[in-house]
Write a protein of this length. Structure first.
Length: 761
């Protein structure tokens, strides 16, 4: 095993060599191939083993009307002409949020990525580098497109903010486990921060990555000197910090924004005297959501059972009627009660299980942070749900029947799911010996089919004591034997033990206690039952959930709860009910804004993440629509003008800011993306809005932010200007001439409060 050295930045170097501010660097593949080739050759001369084709933004979604396939083909051809050992097809985000957080569908994003992957492979790329990803679902989408359309190795790097999470709240452990499970050939981090600041993130990645780790940091934080963007790290300080990463076991190293061949030369020199470190990574039994990882092999974990229509008339009716709100209520209650994972089963003969499972899974995932256990025997439903799930799900379940193994195992393997093996086959096991024999056969069969043992969880099968009083003892003995002799995690559907019996809760609680003593990893139960909370020693909370919120349109408490939980359904009815006794302004100021402030405070403390903030804003939007009674928003006198600056087509952050500002009642004029400074100036001259928000995601487009602000000042604009974007810092914002730095959507709302409503920031 040797170190693999990647190159550094491309866009910032092309700008220094004449690329106009805001222009697509990828167009230089057609117009200035000699300039691009010179950059590649400089990196090869500096010691890079892999050069990255100039295709970072070459996406049909971004480059509408351009010959993207030709741009990709030329980018790969030029890179191959550099003499590098390998050429990476460079692939990045769409610059728009995927559903349910945004409007871009998974399938549309996949089609774009599949086009890119095929074009790169046809042009002769040696590997695919999916980089600068902040949305774990989009990273998964791109990874699947690469795996399904090429035979190339695929490296995936996320980008993290100063709090150690991505823009959408994914932490390094969750991203690493999910991407490794999906079959990435290397995982890691790029862009984000300087090398030294990324060390804590990299340490987490190296502790959990079961494949090689790749790191490509920026050259520190950007700042402006004169008219130039410069970075804090020198080649020497950059290389020194990268050396510490190598000591953690990172074997693929390179640079991102602000780095150049001198940084790679320094890195090469430092690594010359180092030997790659072999990491001994423990493989955990885990499930993840977009923002949370649950380890089933570390303490008892509770799987909530309430999203299963078996024996639940109200849930069954809700599924048949398409009442997702009822299911969200159940999901939220279970999360608040202390469940770690939610079992989701929508199997009813009256409905389309595949469509319903996906719909409910998306809604639940955007409302609660818990990982989901997909409970279905429908192959089509499982495959579609696993594909669209953001994270590493659990599949419940597979058994030793050949038809079950053949249908379910390929899905679990492809999508990296943790798989529950049910102790069942051609015969029904009654004794613990029979259960253990099934468990042993399942572990052997699943591992032979390339499911890692750590991804196997055994369900020892709970049969009711109503027909055989020995079943409680036999099941507990099986749990103990599986745990001690096979060394895998176990689950049980606790309530099955008491079917047909009186005093079911007492029986269930006693059975739960017995199985926990035997080593049960994850009971499947109703987390709202007080008897279970007592057995689990305070792990579960006994809640009066009726006081939190309702979906029955009963006024303020319902409105507040819906906003806090991001539960859209029912808000229209609740607002109409509230308007019977309150004015629209009272509803906004008395209900919506306090709830938004509360969820915003949780966001600032890191208790919830951006998807929850987006969901809350969406609830308020639906409620505001009721009060507007369908009237169009008057943007002739806006409070705020928003624009993504010239050359930048990423509008994720801007759109979130717009949504949240409108939720707070501000009138917003959105000029869109790739907006010339003249349009921003004209919009202000027409409206005299007191606040202008400018967004830029890429280092190469930040200069457009400065020219826009300069143009506004030259035109005599009295508007305050707030700027935001992934590459910006407070100091950088000041140097481009901005009045405020909006580090996120919540901060921008506070700026608006200070300027427009004269509150303090």
């Amino acid at each position: 095993m040797d170190f693999e050295i990647f190159d550094g930045a491309m866009g910032t170097i092309l700008q220094a060599r004449g690329l106009p501010a805001g222009a697509f660097p990828e167009t230089y593949n057609l117009t200035h191939p000699d300039v691009v080739l010179a950059v590649h050759k400089a990196y090869v001369a500096a010691g890079a083993d892999v050069v990255t084709a100039n295709t970072f933004g070459a996406n049909p979604f971004k480059m509408k009307g351009m010959d993207v396939k030709k741009i990709i083909a030329e980018g790969v051809r030029i890179a191959k002409a550099s003499g590098a050992k390998k050429v990476a097809l460079d692939v990045s985000s769409h610059g728009a949020l995927l559903e349910p957080n945004g409007s871009l569908s998974f399938d549309e994003a996949y089609d774009n990525y599949a086009f890119i992957m095929r074009a790169g492979a046809e042009a002769g790329a040696d590997l695919v580098l999916i980089e600068t990803m902040s949305d774990l679902l989009e990273a998964k989408c791109a990874l699947l497109a690469a795996k399904e359309n090429t035979e190339l190795p695929v490296y995936v790097t996320m980008t993290y903010t100063e709090d150690g999470r991505t823009f959408l709240g994914t932490d390094p452990v969750t991203a690493t486990i999910t991407l490794c499970s999906l079959g990435a050939d290397a995982v890691g981090v790029n862009c984000s921060l300087g090398a030294r600041d990324l060390l804590p993130v990299v340490k987490k990645i190296t502790e959990y990555a079961t494949c090689p780790v790749i790191v490509q940091p920026n050259a520190g934080l950007p700042r402006i000197e004169g008219n130039r963007t410069v970075y804090d790290d020198t080649p020497a300080t950059f290389a020194a910090a990268m050396g510490e990463m190598a000591d953690l076991g990172v074997t693929i190293l390179g640079g991102c924004c602000g780095t150049d061949p001198e940084y790679i030369r320094a890195l090469k020199g430092l690594l010359r005297d180092k030997t790659p470190v072999k990491r001994n990574v423990k493989r955990h039994t885990a499930a993840t959501s977009a923002t949370k990882t649950v380890f089933l092999d570390e303490g008892v974990k509770v799987i909530g059972e309430r999203l299963n229509p078996t024996g639940k008339k109200k849930l069954k009716a809700a599924l048949i009627e398409g009442d997702v709100d009822y299911l969200l209520h159940e999901a939220i209650d279970q999360e608040r009660a202390g469940a770690d994972i939610l079992d989701l089963n929508v199997g009813l003969p009256e409905i389309d299980e595949a469509a319903t499972l996906v719909k409910v899974m998306k809604e639940v995932s955007s409302t609660v942070a818990l990982p989901i256990q997909l409970d279905s025997s429908d192959k089509r439903a499982l495959e579609r749900a696993c594909r669209l799930y953001c994270g590493k799900p659990i599949i419940n379940s597979v058994n030793m029947k050949k038809e079950s193994l053949d249908a379910i195992v390929p899905i679990a393997k492809k999508y990296g799911a943790t798989l529950i093996g049910l102790c069942l086959g051609d015969t029904m096991p009654k004794t613990h010996e029979e259960r253990f024999a099934y468990a042993t056969a399942l572990v052997e069969e699943l591992t032979a089919r390339d499911i890692h043992k750590s991804d196997v969880v055994i369900d020892c099968l709970v049969l009711t004591i109503a027909t055989d009083e020995t079943q409680a003892e036999e099941t507990a003995l099986a749990v103990k034997q599986v745990t001690e002799e096979l060394g895998v995690c176990t689950v049980l559907g606790v309530s099955n033990i008491s079917f047909g019996m009186p005093d079911r809760l007492k029986i269930n609680a006693a059975f739960l206690s017995k199985c926990l003593q035997a080593g049960l990893s994850a009971p499947i139960l109703n987390p709202l039952v007080a008897e279970y909370a007592e057995v689990l020693g305070g792990k579960l909370l006994t809640l009066d959930t009726s006081s939190y919120f309702t979906f029955d349109g009963s006024g303020a408490e319902g409105i507040r709860g819906m906003v806090l939980c991001g539960a859209v359904g029912g808000i229209e009815e609740a607002v109409r009910e509230a308007l019977k006794t309150k004015s629209p302004l009272d509803v906004i100021n008395g209900e919506f804004i306090p709830a938004l402030d509360e969820i915003g405070a949780k966001f600032e403390k890191g208790e919830v993440f951006l998807p929850r903030l987006i969901a809350a804003a969406e609830v308020v939007k639906k409620g505001m629509d009721v009060m507007r009674a369908g009237a169009d928003e008057d943007d002739s006198r806006p409070d705020v003008i928003l624009a993504t600056v010239k050359g930048d087509i990423h509008d994720i952050g801007k759109n979130i800011v717009k949504m949240l500002l409108r939720s707070y009642g501000y009138k917003v004029l959105d000029l869109g993306k790739d907006v010339p400074e003249s349009e921003v100036v004209a919009a202000w001259e027409r409206t005299h809005a007191p606040l202008i928000g400018l967004s830029a995601l890429m280092t190469t487009t930040v200069p457009s932010m400065k020219t826009t602000i300069d143009a506004l000042r030259a035109a005599g604009s009295t508007a305050k200007v707030a700027v935001g974007g992934a590459v910006l810092t407070e100091n950088y914002a000041r140097t481009v001439g901005a009045d405020y730095y909006g580090k996120d959507a919540r901060a921008t709302v506070k700026i608006a409060e200070a300027i427009i409503r004269k509150d303090s920031v």
